[in-house]
Design a binder for this molecule. Sequence first.
Ligand code: NI
Ligand code: MN
Length: 226
Amino acid sequence: MLKLTYVSHSAFILNDGENTLVIDPFFTGNPTATMSADEVKPDWIILTHAHGDHLGDGLSLAKQHGSTVIAVNELANYVASNGCSAHNMHIGGAYNFPFGRVKFTIAHHGSSTHDGQYMGEPAGVIITMGGRTIYHTGDTGLFLDMKLIGELNRIDVMLAPIGGNFTMDIDDAVQATKFVNPDIVMPIHYNTFPVIQADPNEFKAKIECIGKKCKVMNYGETIVFD
Ligand code: NI
Ligand code: MN
């Protein structure tokens, strides 16, 4: 069983009945979030990169709840230097955690703190938990290696940015979905800020045109996979 809750932007809460994992916990200052950071008690936090709209409340949540933050080496060291528990990984590496398996993938983007400290490479992440495999691409442009990710992994749910400007737009995300070939794709990283406006229903229509399934999640919505 896997419960998947969409906070908004790139933030998700995963729960398998025992473990709560939050990806890119951007609650405070997130204009589209309908939940606050107080409503989540993560055991684990996965960060795709250090930008403020992804690191979000990561440090304060980790301190408050003793969560372990999983991130690439440079960002994990930064998290640890702020007094939080961290598990250092890097791109191409996978590890079996008590809740499931995490593998970091490439993402074409940047990763620094708000004051410009280098935080290593940005990443995407493939998480197997509660019997499902989720590919959160992180912030990225389109890249051909997504084809390899799709060939080597049976992806149940792909979480793909569609907002453009900083990441893939709708058409690039449609191409990415063709490459990865997931069961379902869900649009993320759109309509949070003025420069990333995109119509998720246009994305859904284009995905259905290529014979794939798309689910547009509402802010705060939860889906349960049995
Ligand atoms: Ni970013
Ligand atoms: Mn972002």
